[in-house]
Design a binder for this molecule. Structure first.
Ligand code: ADP
Ligand code: MG
Length: 275
């Protein structure tokens, strides 16, 4: 469980990025943290593995106060995939990149070989085993960064803007991977401003603006609420916009639609009624 209580954070010579943030993420949740650029999303998640420590308030991860734990200790529990893979990658080959954390965390040689083999296969990276991560495309580098975090099997996984630079089918694969990691019992926290992606894959949306949490709830409530979206400089998912347009003309047409499936059944119901 991650518990944040009244956290404030100001960068040296910079802005106050967190203004009294409180939240709780329970084990096994799949949460999206959303909001405009500069809202404080990355700052908040960096507090989850102790990369940053709040100057006021506290962050507790699985019972450990992050001020008293080391980053090494915390990053074993909370695996972090950075927004910019290039800030995370540094090895000569994909294989050594992905095995680095395992070596660092003291896994044994044969365990390392087995895990790296598995993860490279599952992430479609085996053919790049001996290639330099820097020779790969942006989307592939992101997958290497993700693989190097997944291989040590952290209980919680934080992904910062994972959909940027991914095409439609890669996003779908990523969404399915996130859901399967979550079904296996891991806590997954995704920072994103991709409303379609969050609507489809997250079960809870935490919306941030100007260093504060301004909404926290299921996608069907948060992503259909014009006031919240406006404060976060987000647009509703297109399917929600369509439903809201229809509801202006059709009495009783549901406005809190976030999926194609919901829209289809609402339209079917409407057609049935008007027959
Ligand atoms: N290393 C840093 N030094 C100074 N200011 C920073 C630094 N990182 C982020 N900021 C500032 O803190 C605020 C929050 O940033 P961030 O948490 O990255 O927001 P988000 O991830 O929501 O875009 C922004 O105003 C940003 O410019
Ligand atoms: Mg960010």
């Amino acid at each position: 469980m991650i518990l944040v209580e009244g956290a404030w954070f100001t960068y040296p010579d910079g802005p106050t990025a967190l203004r009294g943030v409180s939240l709780r993420v329970n084990d096994g949740e799949l949460v999206a943290i959303m909001g405009e650029n500069g809202a404080g999303k990355t700052t908040l998640v960096k507090c989850f593995n102790g990369l940053l420590k709040p100057q006021k308030g506290l962050v507790v991860v699985n019972g450990l106060d992050t001020r008293k734990a080391t980053v090494a200790e915390l990053s074993r529990k909370v695996g972090f995939v950075f927004q910019n893979a290039d800030h995370q990658l540094f090895s000569d080959t994909v294989h050594s990149e992905v095995s680095f954390a395992l070596r660092n965390f003291g896994f044994l040689g044969n365990q390392i070989q087995r895990r790296v083999g598995q993860i490279l296969r599952s992430m479609d990276l085996e053919k790049y085993r001996n290639a330099s991560p820097f020779s790969l495309s942006g989307g592939e580098r992101k997958r290497v960064a993700l693989a190097s975090t997944l291989c040590f099997d952290p209980e919680t996984i934080v992904l910062d803007e994972p959909t940027i630079g991914q095409d439609g089918s890669q996003k779908k694969k990523l969404g399915e991977l996130i859901q399967s990691l979550n079904r296996e019992g891991r806590t997954v926290i995704v920072v994103t401003h991709d409303v379609e992606f969050a609507a489809e894959y997250a079960f809870r949306i935490i919306a941030m603006a100007k260093g504060e949490i301004i909404a926290d709830g299921p996608p069907s409530k948060v992503l259909t609420n014009p006031q919240i979206l406006d404060k976060c400089a987000l647009l509703a998912p297109q399917i929600t916009q369509l439903a809201q347009k229809i509801s202006e003309h059709v009495n009783g047409f549901p406005k809190e639609i976030i999926s194609l499936q919901e829209a289809t059944s609402a339209i079917r119901e409407f057609l049935r009624r008007t027959k």
